[in-house]
Design a protein around this ligand. Structure first.
Ligand code: ZN
Length: 167
């Protein structure tokens, strides 16, 4: 997979990267995939080598809806990474996917850290970010060969209360 530039940084997924190569190959096709254990059928993220619940090393890629809820978030106001300096403040969210919510225990779910962007792939405004809001995956094509999964607010109504950090 070739190197691509993103905000002045080189992004590269090596050909022997078994953890994330399939994830980014699917992203190129505008699909969001998770590793699914073929022994207990649970999906996991990040895509580690073994199943965190049954320790099986057997797995397959499983496409997911890319729909979820903001589980928590933070607003980055001081960027350590120079490439992000000119777009602060920017939100970073933890998305809880709709798939496997409350499984295998009520406290668990499939959660991933993501950027929350607007329709132009710029950081979503802080005033619009809240725990409980609905989001969906979108795919930002950085080049012919490299696509980044990102998240945007969806037009679905929250299923419960929403909560924002006091400003
Ligand atoms: Zn398993």
């Amino acid at each position: 997979m070739p190197v691509v530039q993103y905000r002045g940084m080189n992004l590269v997924v090596p050909e022997n990267e078994s953890e994330f190569l399939g994830y980014f190959e699917a992203a190129r096709q505008h699909k969001l995939v998770m590793k699914k254990c073929t022994a207990c059928d649970l999906i996991r993220y990040p895509p580690g080598a073994g199943c965190p619940w049954c320790q099986s090393l057997e797995w397959t890629w499983q496409e997911v809806s890319g729909k979820g809820t903001i589980y928590t978030y933070e607003i980055i106001v001081h960027s350590i990474q120079p490439g992000f300096r000119d777009i602060t403040p920017l939100p970073v969210i933890v998305v809880e996917l709709d798939e496997q919510r409350g499984v295998p225990t009520p406290q668990e779910g499939v959660r991933l850290i993501a950027n929350l962007v607007d329709a132009q792939f710029q950081p979503e405004q802080e005033a619009n970010v809240a725990i409980g809001k609905r989001v969906q995956v979108v795919f930002q094509d950085l080049s012919e060969d490299f696509t980044l999964p990102q998240f945007q607010l969806s037009n679905e109504s929250p299923q419960g209360a929403v909560w924002q950090f006091p400003s």
